[in-house]
Design a protein around this ligand. Structure first.
Ligand SMILES: *[C@@H]1O[C@H](CO)[C@@H](O)[C@H](O)[C@H]1NC(C)=O
Ligand SMILES: *[C@@H]1O[C@H](CO)[C@@H](O)[C@H](O)[C@H]1NC(C)=O
Ligand SMILES: *[C@@H]1O[C@H](CO)[C@@H](O)[C@H](O)[C@H]1NC(C)=O
Length: 326
């Protein structure tokens, strides 16, 4: 039986199913060489489990005979991968004790499901809240979900939610500046992604999120970067800022042309829109947004995690791994 319990985090109340859980949080230092950065994962995970999980994700994406055939090719591609990702992927392969081709594949294999929901909303005082559900039909990802705090010069530079082994971010927050989530538009294939990345020198969608979190000086700058830089597949980027009205959905194709819709951006399901409408603007909060993201089928069997965040109050960033919402 699933029970509902309520947690008080600061002044925010989250009611979660007892089977939902908070993922581990890990500090990753950007001051450390790329090759060593992800070593702290060794303290959080059993390496055997990480290896098995990676194999499971790859096997479900890349047919076995193709996998063997492409290994040498993927290995050769390694030298085209830009820094710091190349170094981070090499480091990851080294402590996984696995073939680097597999970690490269792992980083291109994720095809985030098109059913993901992202919401940016504003309360009557002009506070901006951003929530997202990440859907992916793979149970093992629940145990790989990880909140990562990227540290630079001893300070929190930005944070995000990802899966152990994956160096990009689909969900993230630059404190006091903006929050961002990515939703896939069409499922690209892993091999198209690799070709596009290498031959066209385009950035994987989740790497551009990381670069934007690291470099953009404010919400507007983040919008421009996410709208223009060539990426390997079509995607929606959803952004929330720190001031009233700062919310957009950017509809991207690979080359850089983009449609930008202003607040109230809501991407995903009509059901989410109904639940949000029912909540009413004067009841919008982190908690009510979490509830909207828990309504069936906004939260569903393949929802891996829910994150709610607000760049103006960065300490409230909260992720729960979902236990098969029904
Ligand atoms: C995830 O971890 C829990 C607790 O360690 C375990 O019971 C469960 O079987 C794991 N699930 C998967 C899909 O690995
Ligand atoms: C992570 O880094 C922050 C900022 O430097 C620090 O306050 C916190 O104690 C660190 N947490 C861990 C678990 O090392
Ligand atoms: C939600 O409210 C907006 C604005 O009032 C309206 O345009 C939209 O149709 C409503 N959606 C649903 C699903 O009720």
């Amino acid at each position: 039986m699933k029970l509902q319990i309520c947690l008080f985090l600061g002044v925010t109340v989250f009611c979660v199913s007892t089977a939902d859980f908070s993922p581990p949080v890990v500090n990753i230092s950007l001051d450390a060489p790329a090759y060593q950065r992800w070593a702290p994962l060794k303290n959080l995970y059993d390496i055997d489990f990480l290896r098995k999980a990676a194999a499971e994700v790859i096997d479900s994406t890349v047919p076995k005979w193709v996998h063997e055939a492409v290994k040498p090719i993927v290995k050769a591609l390694e030298k085209y991968i830009p820094q710091p990702y190349a170094g981070e992927i090499q480091g990851m392969a080294s402590f996984y004790g696995t073939d680097i081709a597999d970690i490269v594949l792992l980083n291109f294999a994720y095809e985030v499901s098109a059913f993901c929901t992202s919401i940016v909303t504003q309360d009557t005082k002009g506070n901006i809240y951003h929530g997202r559900n990440l859907d992916y039909p793979h149970d093992v990802l629940r145990n790989l979900t990880l909140d990562v705090v990227f540290i630079k010069n001893g300070q929190v530079a930005y944070r995000g939610t990802t899966f152990a082994g994956y160096v990009g971010l689909w969900t993230g927050q630059s404190p006091k500046k903006f929050t961002v989530s990515g939703n896939e538009r069409n499922k690209g294939h892993w091999w198209e992604n690799i070709i596009s990345a290498v031959l066209l020198k385009s950035s994987p969608v989740s790497w551009l999120v990381r670069e934007t979190l690291e470099s953009a000086v404010d919400f507007q700058d983040a919008v421009v970067r996410l709208a223009k830089v060539p990426i390997i597949t079509d995607v929606y980027y959803i952004l929330g800022g720190v001031r009233a009205g700062e919310g957009v959905v950017i509809t991207r194709d690979r080359s850089g042309s983009a449609d930008i819709w202003p607040l109230d951006p809501l991407l995903g399901k009509d059901v989410a829109m109904k639940a949000l409408n029912a909540t009413g603007q004067n009841h919008i909060s982190m908690d009510s947004l979490y509830k909207v993201l828990s309504v069936n089928p906004v939260c569903n069997r393949i929802t891996v995690y829910t994150t709610v965040m607000s760049a103006a109050t960065p300490e409230k960033y909260t992720t729960f791994v979902r236990d098969m919402c029904m």
